[in-house]
Design a protein around this ligand. Structure first.
Ligand SMILES: [Zn+2]
Length: 83
């Protein structure tokens, strides 16, 4: 089990709406979200912001695990620093 796991908030970069709460592992930047680690999904499940309609991610699969690949610049993240 990875030790460095924390909860981050993923927001729409355009309108600042909360999109996901996510249990992130590792220390790198956010590139993709594994669906199984999304703790709270405020979207309608179509990878677009439910407020402004901007698409922020694309469906992607790695090692057989469904994931959402974040489109750079479309989101901003809170909670990356360790408490
Ligand atoms: Zn938005």
């Amino acid at each position: 089990m990875p030790k460095a796991r924390r909860t981050i908030s993923i927001h729409c970069a355009r309108c600042r709406t909360l999109l996901y709460k996510y249990a992130k592992g590792g220390t790198g930047g956010l590139v993709k979200c594994f669906v199984e680690r999304i703790l709270q999904d405020r979207t309608n499940g179509d990878l677009t912001c439910h407020e402004c309609g901007q698409q922020f991610a694309r469906h992607w699969a790695t090692s057989g695990k469904p994931a959402h690949r974040i489109i750079q610049g479309k989101v901003y993240v809170k909670g990356m620093t360790r408490r």
